[in-house]
Structure formats: C-alpha cells, structure tokens
Write a protein that binds this ligand. Sequence first.
Ligand SMILES: Cc1ncc(COP(=O)(O)O)c(C=O)c1O
Length: 343
Amino acid sequence: MRLPVDLRSDTVTQPTSAMRTAMMEAELGDDVFEDDPTIVRLERRGAELVGQEAGLFMASGTMGNQVAIMTHTRRGNEVLVGRPCHIQEHEVGAAAILSGVTLVPLDAPTGLLRPQDVDRAIRTEDVHHPETGLLCLECAHSSGAVQPLDSLRAARDVARERGVPVHLDGARIFNAAHALGVTAAEVAQGADSVMFCLSKGLGAPIGSLICGSRSFIARARRSRKILGGGMRQVGMLGAAGLHALEHHVARLGQDHARADRLATALAEVDSITIRTDRRHINMVWFHHAFDGDPIRLVQAMEDRQVKIFRPLGGEWRLVTHLDIDDEELDFAIVQLREVFGNV
Ligand SMILES: Cc1ncc(COP(=O)(O)O)c(C=O)c1O
C-alpha cells in the first residue's frame, strides 16, 4: 500500500512507469516550427476524440481557457460564464488582465445555465453597450456535477443562434462522458472550442489541449505565443498526454466506482451529509456538522496518513484518482470514519 493516501485532488497523480518510458522515448522536434511529431500526433488524436478539426497543446487548463478567450474575443467584450465556474473563481481574473474582457456571471450553482438567462444576457445592438463576445460552459463542473446533455445544448444553442461563439471548459470532459454514457465528442458537440486536461484524471504530469476548427486553432497558436506558450521539444510532455489518452480514459470508471464506495461508506457517519445531487464523477462533496476548526480534522487525517483539503465554501471535497487503489481507499475510509465520526 502506498502512503499517504492523497484525496485532495486528481491533480496529484505521478506518471506511471509506462508513461515515463513513453516520455523518454518520445520522438521530438521544435513545436514552434510545428515539427514535433509527438505533439502533432497528440493534437490530432485529442481533436478527433472531442470531434473537432484541430488541437493545440497548452501548459495548463487555465492557459487553455485563457487562450480560447483571447482568441474568440476583442477587448471590451463581455463573456458570459456560470457562477461559480473555474474561469471566474480560479483563474486570478486573467480574462480581464490578458484579454480586456468583462466576465458576466449567470447563476449556475452546478454549471447548469438556463437558456433564458443566456438569451437575456446577450447584448443587443446599441452604441452604449459592450458586445457579447463569448459564452463559456463548464462540463464536468468542478462541483462534481455533470449537466444533462440537453441542458448543456440548450444554453449553447441560444448563444449560437444569436451569433455568440461557445467555449467549453471540459477540464474533466472524459469523466463527464463516462458519467453520461456518451463520447467526449457528444459532450463537446456544437462548441466552437473545447479545452480538456491531460493532467487530472488522465494522469499526465502536465498539459491540456484546446480544440476547434483549423482556422480557430491557427489564431489560437498566435494567442498562445503572446502568452509565452510557444514551447520547443515539448513532445516529451506530449508523449505523456498520448499515453494518457490511450491508456487512462477507459479506466476513469474505476475512479467513479471508488468515489461511489467512498460516498456510501461516509454516508453512514451521522454527522456527514453527502451531496448526492452532485455525485456524478470522481468527487465526493459533503457537509460535516462540526463547530470546531476544520484544520484540526485535516491535521488528524494527515497524522493518519491521509491527505485532504480543508472545506471549500463550507463543504469538504474528496477526489479519487489513478494513484488510489481499492486497498488504499479502504484504508482511507477507516481513517475518515474514525476522525469525522468521533468529534
Ligand atoms: C473546471 C476546470 N477548469 C480549468 C481548470 C484549470 O486547470 P489547470 O489547473 O491545469 O490550470 C481546472 C483545474 O482544476 C478545472 O477544474
């Protein structure tokens, strides 16, 4: 058993030895000259999986979202986003800094944007108004929820009918696809650009892709260069991403099943209430009735070789991933039940 068991996030995974071998053996070129064969293969394969024409390697999901925003919009535009979402809450206000746009948050606690809200928020032609430049959707949502495809499409369709492009933050799109029982291409259908992460559940150490039409990606390549993201022999990272797409997509169901088992075990603790309404992917969110300092519990868990984050917005989040097997999960469940059940 590997200790500590780290339930903080699916971003904590280490590359497997097969992935490290793929990285060491990667065929390399200069990606700024667009001749790194491994990156070319990765971008082609990634785009194919999400049903788009072309892809572009990014250092991170945040960079992917920001390059997409910069490419779709003009300074002064408004960008419609759900509240909360990663772009608004966790990207340091980058859209304003880098692209000079204003984020317009529409209520969507689980990422479910109502088409009528989107419709109302899109600006009409008026010399006084900023123009609406983009709608950003997020699926899976970082609350753990996966929106039904018809609601996702309803919000998207309103925007497109009004001439507003749509970007999908699909950091965990393969988790969403697994939860919905559809392909990632079906989740991304109709989006003008899609970002997904090769790190997180897929287990690559670094990297994300943005995908879209050939002309969008050609423009995005320039935006990425502006941000200093033109990288050279980056196929070493691309090989990890390709390996992840080949070997770590189908296994995501194991992480979801382990999250189910974790949620069921914790639900038996009286003071814990599982957010079953958002129990769709590899995350377990729960409320714990406890008046004391939550850091005490985080420390008690650390002493027992289980890493967890303090609560976010009053709720705890635990995440299963590639580096947690059944035995390690069982160990963590015993520790969690003792610590959370006895305060
Ligand atoms: C929904 C969502 N979008 C974007 C990101 C950003 O990814 P990165 O941490 O690689 O910048 C994350 C990261 O957790 C995320 O959850």
